[in-house]
Design a protein around this ligand. Structure first.
Ligand code: SAM
Length: 315
């Protein structure tokens, strides 16, 4: 079990930043450097992508079959001096952490809130999906992390995000500024138990989280999610954690659904993804889980949809 949980099995993922370039240009650049490229059409057979990643060699790159614009490299590839990394054309981001913005996919012109946004990879992904159109309101409570986010998003060429140092729980949903916000990304602080590189490979101790801590986190996560759902024009809310614990994942979703049973339902996240939410409430299979065996960090994603949401004309 422990060897499966070590970050050693997770390759290096690079997301092509559509604000700077295209996947074609990036792949061409690497091919010009001598890389061989396998497109996702090579991974139609079940298990073939997994096998290819396990066997990936230096100077090889693969197209990820699940997330648009995501490329897969050998784990020890060092991009820090690579021109495409330096100019923000590629962003180093684990596959699991690309799922929330990808499944939310707000159309161009949308207004979006990223409730707990720093250091900003998901805001940057949203801005890329929306081609810097519309508006992203990004909040974070931690000033230092927000400063990191300022440089990260500026390097990525993001111009559509407004970064605010603020407790999201005290942001007023009735503020006319947010009247057109239909999409919410909720990625709150969590135990981080899915980030395998943070685990001690010699013991499984860090997997045993203490119940009080998890209960506190779950209560905070429930509050943030509930607040996100209270914005008047909301249509879709994506909830994610990098935790493997049911208390922070399915339990939070089940509680929030129970409280909003007449106003929200769940949409299916990544329908072709095999690892689903733990079967603890009706519909939990609509959520997706990620695990080292899927060649990603541990992660959880749920997508809520407002019943009867009214469409807004986009800019
Ligand atoms: N979404 C980010 C990304 O992809 O780069 C990662 C977010 S991290 C998991 C959670 C963030 O929530 C932290 O930066 C933390 O400072 C912030 N946070 C915690 N409580 C908050 C609150 N009440 N309002 C806004 N942000 C909060």
């Amino acid at each position: 079990l422990l060897s499966d949980l070590q970050s050693g099995s997770i390759p290096r993922y690079a997301r092509v930043n559509y604000l700077k370039t295209t996947p074609q240009n990036v792949v061409q650049h690497f091919q010009d450097e001598g890389y061989t490229f396998s497109p996702k059409s090579a991974f139609k057979q079940p298990g073939s992508f997994h096998k290819a990643v396990k066997a990936i060699q230096t100077m090889q790159l693969l197209q990820d079959p699940h997330i648009d614009g995501l490329l897969v490299f050998p784990q020890n590839t060092d991009f820090h001096k690579h021109p495409l990394y330096i100019d923000g054309s590629i962003i180093l981001q684990d596959k699991a952490s690309c799922v929330p913005a990808y499944v939310l996919s707000p159309p161009n012109g949308s207004h979006v809130i990223d409730c707990c946004a720093a250091p900003g990879n998901k805001t940057s992904h949203l801005a890329a999906i929306m081609a810097n159109t519309g508006k992203i309101f990004s909040f974070d409570l931690d000033k230092k992390r927000l400063e990191t986010m300022r440089s990260l998003t500026s390097k990525a060429g993001v111009t559509s995000a407004e970064l605010t140092h603020h407790d999201f729980l005290t942001v007023d949903p009735k503020d006319p500024k947010f009247a057109r916000v239909q999409y919410m990304l909720v990625d709150p602080s969590c135990s981080g138990s899915g980030i395998y590189s943070r685990l001690d490979p010699l013991t499984s101790e860090n997997m045993e989280a203490d119940d009080d801590r998890l209960a506190n986190l779950a209560s905070f996560q429930t509050k943030i999610l509930t607040h996100a759902m209270s914005f008047p024009a909301v249509k879709k809310v994506v909830y994610s954690t990098c935790s493997v614990h049911q208390q922070e994942n399915e339990d939070v979703v089940a509680a929030v659904l129970r409280d909003h049973r007449d106003s929200f339902t769940l949409d299916t996240v990544l329908p072709d993804w095999p690892r689903r939410g733990l079967d603890i409430f009706a519909g939990a299979e609509k959520c997706a889980r990620m695990h080292a065996d899927d060649l990603t960090n541990g992660f959880f994603v749920a997508l809520f949809s407002k019943i009867g949401a009214v469409d807004i004309d986009l800019d």
